[in-house]
Ligand binder design. Structure first.
Ligand code: 13P
Length: 263
């Protein structure tokens, strides 16, 4: 089994319709029908349809930044997984640090969201990562272990494990310009893969893509991707313009890497 590199753009609460469409078109042209790397765009809900049209016929995947865990109901302002699936969404981001720290989502809630995504047979990208305080207290691995524990309830079958990816986004590196060094990212990713082995088994651990996120830029993308357990990048600020996102996309090695040698 091999892991295909993944470059993902999380647009957060940015861009107008016109800008979102233009950016999606530029990414669609750059990615085309490439199979050797995956590219995912996570626009705001209101732009999903515009982006979907621009990336049609390419291998760019349509992602949503969040979802509600219930299928439907009286939850004003929320969007369910069946609604996203119906819109053509293929990947859902779950547990982004802004959902955890700004909107107060608990591990338990995040676990239910991930379960809803995987049950609907959509791909789930679970975000994890420690705060600066936790890192300085030497608690990084403990935090990652706690955040991954949700997989025990959310991933019930091997075919669901195949839909999973993990994004390691240290909170202190998000939007701060302070990128984790490639060594720090690799160290956390190696631990994540070890934890995945305990929870999901060796085969799933070897094939699950592990993305790094936090102040990724054109200048640091290649050195991060060169690390054996960094299979992709989840890009925030630098994903908002073709001038910075396309060079990051190009930094992804065109060929999938062999999982056996690192698993
Ligand atoms: P920045 O790349 O802006 O630091 O954001 C990272 C992020 O949160 C991606 O999900």
């Amino acid at each position: 089994m091999a892991r295909t590199p993944v470059i993902a753009g999380n647009w957060k609460m940015h861009l107008t319709r016109r800008k979102a469409s233009g950016l999606a078109r530029a990414v669609a042209e750059a990615q085309g029908e490439a199979e050797g790397r995956r590219c995912v765009l996570f626009p705001a809900f209101v732009h999903l349809e515009h982006v979907r049209r621009k990336i049609r016929g390419t291998t760019v995947l349509l992602g949503a930044q969040n979802c509600h865990e219930e299928k439907e109901g009286a939850f004003t302002g929320e969007v369910s997984v069946p609604m996203l699936k119906d819109m053509g969404v293929q990947v859902v981001l779950v547990g982004h640090s802004e959902r955890r720290h700004v909107f107060g989502e608990s591990d338990e809630r995040i676990g239910r969201k991930l379960q809803a995504v995987l049950r609907a047979r959509l791909q789930g990208m679970l975000c994890v990562g420690e705060t600066l305080e936790e890192r300085e207290a030497g608690r990084t691995f403990e935090v990652l272990e706690r955040q991954l524990r949700v997989l025990r309830g959310a991933v019930r079958k091997p075919e669901q494990a195949a839909l999973l990816s993990i994004a390691y986004e240290p909170v202190w590196a998000i939007g701060t310009g302070r990128t984790a060094t490639p060594e720090t990212a690799q160290e956390a990713h190696a631990e994540l893969r070890r934890l995945l082995g305990d929870i999901l088994g060796a085969e799933a651990a070897a094939s699950t893509p592990l993305l790094y996120g936090g102040s990724v830029k054109p200048g640091n993308a290649a050195e991060l991707l060169a690390r054996p357990d960094v299979d992709g990048l989840l890009v925030g600020g630098a994903s908002l313009s073709p001038g910075t996102f396309l060079p990051i996309l190009d930094a992804a090695p065109a060929a999938a890497r062999a999982a056996e040698s690192h698993g």
